[in-house]
Design a protein around this ligand. Structure first.
Ligand code: LIP
Length: 255
């Protein structure tokens, strides 16, 4: 099953790279866009994934009125990092997860620009192009902290500014790359140690969450007792050494 999903995502990645100057549409919310490529790649993924898991539902970013049920469901972000994609910043991802009973069981995240394919099946580890990956063992004071600025939600900007200030004072440094899925793969393979964002949608994080946990990391929604992939939430991913302090900072800045 995982190999079939990866094959489908590889095909969709090649297709994504054929779009050089896609038409851009504005969506509801601050700084929120969708391109002709997002829509086309999403439709390509629907077609490629449907035969892999008969009768599975779809819960995708560019789909109207979708919802998550206990049934097997493909949770898809056809282009994560759309703003980067629009501006030619060459740092966007395709994120695909298959959820059963609302929990990720299979995950594939692709970075088409680097030909990097991150894969995981629940209970069987996480891989980058077939090689095992693992989160870092860096302590909090040496942590490289990725963050997302929740640009669609201008009311959350103040939280992010406060939290970034605290991490800059207490950890090593900050990164803002513009794709949550790739922020999560960075944590999973140890390229960074912490990632947080004050509001992300299920399709941004469902696949990356499984990659992080299968790579020995922690994925939490700090305001909830357990991750809920049915609606947007605050998210935090970290190696085990960094989680506690990172969670304290993320929560303390939400006021
Ligand atoms: C984006 C994320 C990014 C976040 C944006 C948006 P999209 O996903 O990858 O980290 O800050 O708000 O959610 O909308 O480009 O698929």
């Amino acid at each position: 099953m995982l190999q079939a999903i990866e094959k489908a995502v590889r095909t969709a990645s090649e297709y994504m790279l054929t779009f050089s100057d896609p038409k851009v549409y504005e969506k509801d919310g601050h700084s929120n866009y969708v391109t002709q490529a997002d829509l086309a790649v999403q439709q390509k993924l629907f077609t490629l994934l449907e035969p892999i898991c008969e009768n599975a539902m779809f819960f995708a970013e560019e789909q109207e009125n979708a919802c998550l049920t206990d049934d097997p469901t493909w949770v898809i972000d056809p282009i994560d990092g759309t703003h980067n994609f629009m501006r030619g910043r060459l740092h966007s991802a395709i994120s695909v997860a298959l959820l059963i009973n609302k929990q990720p069981v299979y995950a594939v995240v692709a970075n088409p620009y680097r030909d990097e394919y991150y894969t995981a099946e629940k209970g069987k580890g996480a891989f980058l192009n077939g090689e095992p990956i693992h989160v870092s063992n860096e302590p909090f004071e040496k942590a490289l902290v990725s963050f997302g600025s929740s640009p669609y939600y201008a009311d959350l900007a103040a939280y992010g500014v406060k939290a970034v200030g605290r991490f800059l004072q207490e950890a090593a440094d900050i990164r803002r790359v513009g794709s949550a899925a790739l922020d999560l793969t960075d944590v999973a393979c140890g390229r960074s140690d912490i990632f947080f964002e004050y509001r992300l949608s299920p399709w941004d994080v469902a696949a990356g969450a499984l990659l992080v946990t299968e790579a020995g990391g922690e994925f939490v929604m700090p305001t909830l007792d357990a991750p809920d992939f049915s609606a947007p939430n605050t998210i935090l991913a970290a190696n085990p050494r960094c989680l506690a302090r990172a969670k304290e900072i993320v929560l303390s800045c939400m006021q």
